[in-house]
Write a protein that binds this ligand. Sequence first.
Ligand SMILES: Cc1cc2nc3c(=O)[nH]c(=O)nc-3n(C[C@H](O)[C@H](O)[C@H](O)COP(=O)(O)O)c2cc1C
Length: 328
Amino acid sequence: MSVKEQLQSIDALRRVVKAHKVRREMRTDANRFVANYAESMSDHACVDYHVLLIVHSLEKGMCSQGLRPFGKKKVRELIDYLKTYSENQKVSTAYEMGVSILLVWKDLFDKHGWQQEDGYKAVNEFLKTIPASFEPVPVGAHEYTLQDATAHRIDDFTTVIKDRHSVREFKRVPLKRDDVLDCVEAARYAPTACNRQMIKILEVTDQAKASKLKDAIMGLGGFDKDAVTLFVVTFDLNAFTFYGERNQGYLNAGLVAMRFADALHFKGIGSCFLQWGNTGAEEAAISKLLNLKDSERIAVVLGAGYYPDCTMVPYSHRKEISEIFIEV
Ligand SMILES: Cc1cc2nc3c(=O)[nH]c(=O)nc-3n(C[C@H](O)[C@H](O)[C@H](O)COP(=O)(O)O)c2cc1C
């Protein structure tokens, strides 16, 4: 038995070392959060996220039943943020949404005769600086009827969901870009907190990078490593505004990743989540390899490929409904 194995066999010592590692990694997480969250303004992307937050808030205001003048402070804040964009930065969707929501807000105030309200003049003046060639994107609020919500209802959603199994062997055929993009399109419509859309999906097609990533991933046992394509799902800390959002990235990445995995399944592409359980130091090395920003964190990896004609999968039996659904 090696010295390391001997030390690991002492239960109390093993627990102390593990607890130390948990604290060390959580401290690293906290430091990265503070250095990169929205208030840090460490990157212009923070402005994008502040803009998206305000757009979302104004859109919710526009959904109110008994509409009254609203958003006077928000529109001023939004204008201040929009003024910080350079010409190059104005190509961002967040900028387009920011300007578009001001156009909708002004239209609404015009329609209700609220031109004397605080904020209106500032919005009007700002919009005069926007070139006539600006093409608004759809923002604001629209009716959503029961018919809209149920138009494409499939008979049994659960059956399709139950068809999916994590697979670890794949056809040795490269993924078609169009198939992947169709699935990204589905993932794009996953909800994110305040519609800030801080999640990215990276397809690692460079074989040298894929090989290093495979070395770093812990759970690749039983995988056909030569046939698997890796997708890395990241979140951007620039999007988050306070301590209450410290875990928001993982949740939002999970929602997007699940949508992506279900869409892959629908396209005949099998996949398996691969946990990103790595240390801050290991993540830093992979982040550099993938050219991630300082504010980007890796949430999870997906291994994927076209379904083979046949493969073995665990049953992965689920708990009973009564064990996971609780009325309180
Ligand atoms: C966040 C997450 C991380 C996972 N990590 C791994 C992994 O590292 N290696 C692996 O073989 N499977 C991994 N899995 C797959 C699970 O083991 C699998 O989803 C689970 O057993 C249920 O099986 P099913 O996906 O076939 O329904 C992961 C799943 C999730 C959701």
